[in-house]
Ligand binder design. Structure first.
Ligand code: NAD
Ligand code: UDP
Length: 388
């Protein structure tokens, strides 16, 4: 058989196979990144996580990539094997974190430890062994927009200078300490500052990624099916669960907050570009989102209801949504980001990348997956609860 032409990066250099230590590889983003690397590249992955359910399909023996992926079941909090895995790698990607908002105000200690303390040794091992690091942060480090402090209806709210989030200009604005929602954002901000300082003072080669609401198949869990009955996942899984149960979608504080959603597969493309273009990615902080897919949470609920009815053949419920307070839904200490539009200048310039998929299209493929994967199990779990 003829040899396939070598793949080239954005500067025309041949891409050499890398050994990548991916921490948090069993999560939502990790599972998609592992798929991409196995299906479309020659890179190898040391996949570190406590769980492997979302990547088990890649770990079955006898597939053409089987010698390029190895699962290491370990908790990075307390496992000395981590350093050895970092040392033998060309690149570390750290995705491990507690990152569901329902945890930030109810488990603030776990949130801070997970996002800061547990990430510290990873940064240190990379610095000591001169290993490149791609660290996953969050758009939430921006906190609230400057415009959110203007009175309602103020004309400057329409001025992008008051809401557009730019990596190298926008300040990080969090609520008071008793608003424990911000424990996550604050821990992520401090680990970003530490990684950045390791770059500046000690020459660590790093990139920081700030995802803006990446969504798609395999995100989180459906309560009572493949996750705890009383846990609250992120909004995609909450609304999917409500739709499959035929109950109204709960809008926190009227669903007035705004978000921009990006399809996971678009976002994974740019992570691959970061991996394969170190000279363009090192030293950078990247917003990664889709600025064109902005909706209020209320609009998201309406859209998801329409799309779910289309893909499932279910009839549209009379009452699609119901308003709840943040206190009722998340408990004390909840607060919210008002609006999140990523400025895309840096990622576009450095990595020549733009998102492609519209909100409607990404919702159609995601809800088709949710319906096929969960609808039957949700019905079964509901009939069980009625009998008991
Ligand atoms: P996820 O919860 O699906 O994945 C995180 C994975 O890390 C999980 O599989 C978990 O088991 C693992 N993990 C956590 N603690 C660990 C530990 N101590 N030892 C070993 N493994 C551990 O979340 P995700 O959506 O894939 O997010 C990945 C990263 O991206 C996180 O750092 C998150 O803060 C960031 N992020 C994601 C989004 C998004 O839109 N999905 C938005 C902002 C930030
Ligand atoms: N939200 C909601 N109903 C739900 C779940 C979430 O109204 O059932 C809202 C939440 O208050 C926030 C937005 O949806 O304004 C997005 O929440 P998510 O948990 O996905 O994470 P965030 O974008 O806040 O990090």
């Amino acid at each position: 058989a003829g040899m396939a032409a070598p793949r080239l990066n954005l500067d025309g250099d041949v891409i050499k196979p890398l050994k990548i230590c991916m921490i948090g590889a069993g999560g939502f983003i990790g599972s998609h990144l592992c798929e991409k690397l196995m299906y479309e590249t020659d890179h190898s992955v040391l996949a570190v996580d406590i769980y492997s359910d979302k990547i088990n399909h890649l770990l079955q023996p006898g597939q053409k990539w089987s010698d390029r992926i190895e699962f290491h079941k370990l908790n990075i909090k307390n496992d000395s094997r981590l350093e050895g895995l970092v040392k033998v790698s060309d690149l570390v990607i750290n995705l491990a974190a507690i990152c569901t908002p329902a945890d930030y105000n109810t488990r603030p200690l776990d949130t801070i430890y997970s996002n800061f303390v547990d990430a510290l040794p990873v940064v240190q091992y990379c610095r000591e062994n001169k290993i490149r690091l791609i660290h996953f942060s969050t758009c939430e480090v921006y906190g609230k927009t400057i415009g959110s402090f203007l009175p309602p209806g103020h004309p400057l709210k329409q001025d992008p200078a008051f809401y557009m989030l730019k990596e190298d200009e926008t300040p990080c604005i969090f609520g008071s300490i008793d608003k424990q929602r911000w424990s996550y954002a604050c821990a992520k901000q401090l680990i970003e500052r530490l990684v950045y300082a390791e770059g500046a003072e000690n020459g660590l080669e790093f990139s920081i990624v700030r995802p803006f609401n990446w969504i798609g198949p395999r995100m989180d869990f459906i309560p009572g099916v493949d996750g705890p009955q009383d846990s609250v996942p992120r909004v995609l899984a909450c609304f999917s669960n409500n739709l499959m149960k035929g109950e109204p979608l709960k809008l926190v504080e009227g669903g007035k907050s705004q978000r921009t959603f990006i399809y996971i597969k678009d976002a994974i493309d740019v992570v691959q570009r970061m991996i394969e273009n170190p000279s363009r990615a090192n030293g950078q902080i990247f917003n990664v989102g889709n600025p064109y897919n902005e909706v209020t949470v209320r609009e998201l609920a309406e859209l998801m209801t329409d799309v779910y009815c289309k893909v499932s053949g279910q009839k549209r419920p009379e009452q699609a949504t119901i308003d709840v307070t943040g206190m009722e839904f998340y408990g004390p200490g909840y607060d919210d980001s008002d609006k999140r539009i990523p400025d895309m200048t840096i990622v576009k310039k450095q990595l020549e990348w733009e998102p492609k998929t519209s909100l409607y299209d990404l919702m159609e493929s995601t809800l088709t997956y949710q319906h096929a994967t969960y609808a039957e199990a949700v019905k079964r779990s509901m009939s069980k609860t009625t009998v008991n």
